[in-house]
Design a protein around this ligand. Structure first.
Ligand code: SF4
Ligand code: SF4
Length: 356
């Protein structure tokens, strides 16, 4: 008797197994899509089939109860088909038009926020923050709550010249999509890690701690059976703290955030862009970070006033010029804005692990 074949390398299941039947049937054969309102869009296939997307903002840090609630709604109205976007929106994929109205009504009754489709802000992608990550320099979820409170109108009702993507990363490791977002926060440390010598010898491996520093700032300290850090070489990246927990870098007084502008992923009309620094440092001011919300408002208002229809934030800034951007927003232009990085062509030390 032949034994059933044993599956040993299962891996992630194929994404096509999770597509709603309408999408499977019309895969790659769509005619157009239309944004009906901030929380609803329809895709129409060449065959005449349609699928509607109802989008809500998730609270990003999700309880299992919340996920169960989404799953129950999806079972009830969409044959179980629901998806999470990369920016933490939840999309219910509805194949039957009659289910849209009751789904929307139930979402509203549950006080879910519908929106994020079309020329609006979408939900904000963010990282773990103080609640979870050891190297956080700010509280990503707290900051995002503030921004979503401030700009909720642009999520569901008001429109913008084009879509605007916000992001928050709570350190320069940048688990959030800050580099490719229209307006974003990246949190920064500004102090050299503290060395807890007693703990270094008990908790850390000295060679790997030395090797992890991108600037070669760490060297052995045999007298103390520990390590030492050359302050002027440290760029406060926090890498060493990930490798050696005896080098804490968080500082309640000096940590804060920088604001970057003009990134995008899409290649429509212009190439994808990296965002660029506009405010080098704002101190942490929890729980509501009013200075960050104000800076976002200044940038968004200037964009609304000056951008042409369909221009993304980065395209608008490049059309008017960065000099004009700083004139309009009145953000001070400082030495931190000057990007003087050059590839070391003579030494060929072009990796991230450079030394000097
Ligand atoms: S961005 Fe930094 S602090 Fe935030 S979750 Fe990622 S590694 Fe942790
Ligand atoms: S790893 Fe980063 S934070 Fe640690 S010493 Fe080196 S530059 Fe400074």
């Amino acid at each position: 008797m032949a034994l059933p074949q044993r599956r040993t390398d299962i891996g992630p299941p194929h994404y096509k197994d999770f597509l709603p039947p309408v999408i499977q049937k019309n895969y790659g054969d769509w005619k157009y899509h239309e944004v009906i309102n901030g929380g609803l869009m329809v895709h129409v296939a060449n065959s005449g089939d349609k699928i509607w997307t109802v989008r809500i903002a998730s609270p990003r840090l999700l309880a299992t109860d919340t996920i169960r609630e989404y799953a129950d709604l999806a079972e009830k109205y969409c044959g179980g088909y629901v998806r999470f976007t990369t920016r933490n929106n939840v999309e219910f994929l509805v194949s039957e038009e009659k289910n849209i109205e009751p789904l929307v009504a139930e979402l509203k009754a549950k006080k879910q926020m519908l929106g994020g489709i079309g020329p609006r802000i979408s939900n904000i992608v963010h990282t773990q923050g103080w609640i979870h990550c050891h190297s956080a320099c700010t509280d990503a979820s707290g900051l995002v709550k503030v921004l979503m409170d401030e700009f909720a109108d642009y999520f569901n009702e008001k429109t913008l010249p084009n879509k605007v993507r916000f992001a928050v990363a709570c350190c320069t490791n940048m688990c959030g999509a800050v580099h490719c977002s229209d307006i974003a926060v990246v949190a920064i440390h500004r102090k050299v890690p503290r060395i807890e010598h007693e703990n270094v010898k008990n908790m850390c491996e000295v060679p790997s701690t030395l090797a992890c520093c991108p600037t070669g700032a760490i060297s052995p300290d045999p007298a103390k059976k520990s390590i030492k850090i050359k302050d002027e070489k440290c760029m406060y990246c926090g890498n060493c703290y990930s490798v050696c927990p005896a080098l804490p870098i968080s500082d309640s007084e000096y940590d804060g955030v920088a604001i970057v502008v003009g990134g995008k992923v899409g290649s429509l009309r212009s190439d994808p862009k990296f965002s660029k620094l506009v405010i080098p440092y704002i101190p942490n001011n929890p729980p509501r970070w009013p200075e960050v919300a104000k800076a976002f408002k200044i940038i968004l208002d200037a964009y609304i006033a000056g951008a042409k229809k369909h221009e993304r934030v980065g395209e608008w800034v490049e059309r008017i010029g960065w000099e004009q951007f700083f004139n309009i927003t009145k953000f001070p232009f400082t030495f931190q804005h000057i990007d003087d990085f050059t590839i070391a062509r003579e030494t060929f030390r072009t990796s991230a692990a450079f030394k000097w």
